[in-house]
Design a protein around this ligand. Structure first.
Ligand SMILES: [Zn+2]
Ligand SMILES: [Zn+2]
Length: 386
């Protein structure tokens, strides 16, 4: 089968000779991939990895599966075959897939070192994304969707309504990252609270859409890149260019003045993950406000003074990935129009055939980061099926 696969550190490429995956347990589903988006994590695997991928010559600790493996974890497709215990979907259904893997998936891999072992506490309590062994389809646990076909477990699959096109389906994954963050923050739907978003990359823009669906009264996005600010404007939110407001301290002062009380935001989402955005998130909050780190940081600690949260009873939390429920709620929000399908389409800045995906997808994103948000690949040239 044709796929873009991770072979070893610094070696990701297109090939036509990857094995086609097959159903091996009764709860598995074989999917014909329609569209799969390139994620920042995919680029990180190439530039700084292996991060989620196994080290060269080793296997993944959860599945014990070796490399090479097709990458790709943000996808939508059509069910091609189902195991004999699958009831959630039928052949031909249009689906999206929650890509997290943990204890509840180990039964699919008899060769796994944790096969047959008791689930970890997080999984037992339903916090699957916090699993001790957590990993992702398409990021080393098992082959992903930069491929003609992919096999996934039934519990991860969510049916996509008729009116949601498959390219927007491929955005449900990044939307679920944002949705999860908004929920972890404790942003109650209809509470009318306001929010600051730091960074208007894929996750920042997805966070805007999730906040709008939760009825935020005001959303302000701080972003250095003009092209990204323009995209945010198209989504009807206020934009802030920190380069126009002096140093970090002055920028924070300006931001705090924007909400009605001129005394900071109820929520701040750091979707950039640098010291300045972390500080801005924390210091732009009003009393009892909540800052959420959504970004994935490299292994470099920063200074942090606990009294900065204590004196105004602020909250600081983090959000990682998603659970299946987030996918279900995002799909429902798309169905109800709480998330606009048209606004989602602003996130798609490129479409490529799988064969060109390395050059015109990965390389394009690495060389022209600011002019791109999401580049989608279509392994089976499914444009006509949208
Ligand atoms: Zn992703
Ligand atoms: Zn677990």
């Amino acid at each position: 089968m044709r796929a873009i696969a991770y072979y070893k550190k610094g070696d990701i490429h297109f090939a036509s000779d990857l094995p086609t995956p097959t159903i091996s347990t009764p709860d598995e589903i074989l999917i014909d991939v329609a569209w799969c988006g390139i994620c920042g994590s995919d680029l990180h695997e190439y530039l700084d990895g292996p991060i989620f991928m196994p080290q060269d010559g080793s296997t993944h600790p959860l599945s014990n599966q070796p490399l090479p493996q097709p990458m790709g974890h943000e996808f939508c497709g059509f069910v091609k075959a189902i195991g004999n215990k699958v009831t959630k979907v039928a052949v031909g259904d249009k689906v999206v897939v929650e890509a997290g893997c943990g204890c509840k998936d180990v039964h699919r891999w008899p060769q796994s070192h944790v096969y047959g072992k008791e689930q970890c506490t997080a999984c037992r309590k339903g916090f699957d994304n916090c699993c001790t062994h957590a990993g992702f389809t398409g990021l080393g646990v098992v082959g992903g969707a930069f491929a003609e076909q992919v096999v996934v477990g039934e519990r991860h699959v969510v049916k996509l309504p008729e009116e949601v096109p498959t390219d927007v389906g491929a955005l449900v994954e990044p939307l679920s990252v944002a949705w999860h963050a908004v929920k972890v923050a404790g942003f109650e739907k209809g509470s009318g609270k306001n929010a600051l978003v730091l960074g208007a990359g894929p996750i920042g823009l997805a966070t805007i859409l999730a906040l709008k669906a939760h009825g935020a009264s005001k959303i302000v996005v701080s972003e250095l890149a003009a092209i990204r600010r323009e995209l945010a404007l198209k989504m009807g939110v206020e934009v802030f260019d920190p380069s126009k407001h002096g140093d970090e301290k002055q920028g924070i002062k300006k931001l705090r003045e924007i909400p009605e009380d001129h005394d900071g935001f109820d929520f701040a989402f750091d979707c950039s993950g640098v010291e300045t955005t972390f500080n801005t998130a924390l210091h732009s909050l009003t009393f009892r406000g909540t800052a959420v780190n959504v970004a994935i940081w490299g292994p470099h600690p920063i200074d942090y003074y606990p009294m900065d949260i204590t004196l105004q009873e602020k909250k600081l939390t983090g959000s990682i990935g998603y659970v299946v429920q987030d996918f279900e709620e995002v799909v429902d929000a798309l169905h109800k129009g709480d998330i606009s399908i048209e606004e989602c389409k602003h996130l798609i800045t490129g479409r490529q055939k799988l064969e060109n995906g390395w050059e015109k997808g990965f390389m394009e994103l690495m060389n022209h980061k600011e002019t791109n948000i999401k580049i989608l690949m279509t392994p089976n040239n499914h444009h006509e099926l949208q």
